[in-house]
Design a protein around this ligand. Sequence first.
Ligand SMILES: CCC(=O)NCCS(=O)(=O)O
Length: 349
Amino acid sequence: MSALSGKVQTVLGLLDPSQLGRTMTHEHLTMTFECSYCPPGPGQEHLVKIPIEMKNMFWLNQNPYSHNENLLLNQELEAVREELVAYRQAGGGAIVENTTTGISRDVRALQKLAKETGVHIIAGAGYYVDVTHSDETRKMTVEKLTDVIVSEVLRGADGTDICCGVIGEIGTSWPITDSEKKVLQAAAHAQTQLGCPVIIHPGRNSKAPEAVVQILQEAGGDISKTVMSHLDRTILDYGELLEFAKMGSYLEYDLFGTIMLNYPFNLQVDMPSDCQRIQSLAFLVAEGYEDRILVAHDVHTKNRLAKYGGHGYSHILNNIVPKMLTRGFTQNQVDKILIDNPKQWLTFK
Ligand SMILES: CCC(=O)NCCS(=O)(=O)O
């Protein structure tokens, strides 16, 4: 038994899990995403620096990764603070902030936001995808990477004493690179030591989640305490989804609010609508997986903020939950997805 056992670790310290309330398990409050810049289509080069204002929002929402400034969520702390206040008013209790090393994690800013808004914020340890790994990271052994991750949970991150409460989002590409494989193994080893929650960003291929889970399993990871993120853009076939669900991880639909005609990171993927996301959740519930489902918006660019006409952090509470209730979900099932499942996942063993 460690001091963390039976508790959730927020940026303000340990918390009794019953205090969490409704929890979005995959958001970003401050980060940078320049690593994922996508040049715009032919003839649209002049749009990459247009102001982020109403008349440009349709193009920005369709091309969020082709506009440098849009990728700098870390410039919006005041807007995010206001949106967290609105999130509390909408009935939100906690947010898991998934920003890891490589995309400008800032635990000091997270702690300040938690103090100012009363939202419980859980910070993420570990590393994002390979393109963001530094030379130093690439050279580290699995043992060294494990030590860093464990230290971010037990002693603090970013040179502070502010401790992370989950490992992840651990970034992986497709195919998984050697450096990412080492980080996954380190995440599994750290999880074994700490009994803590883990969350994974899979590569953009339907085979990626299974490949990640295999690596974690071989390294001794606890898959029942691991979240597979971004399933809404990763496994669209229900047969494949059921096969993956059997592996035992949490199943996260975390791109609620995203509307995109062309998904630039994988043009083969038709990004689902929110109605289709709800249908996928209903399918998983009907198949007996209601204890494994988690949801979020994964806000990671400026255009997603309410300040710019986006869905913000309260869209699920304000709009998706009422829609779910009209589509056959019971209040008990909604509460499981928003309260009980996050609580189970976030509590240290
Ligand atoms: C850091 C934010 C992030 O990785 N979001 C996922 C975007 S996508 O891979 O689902 O397009």
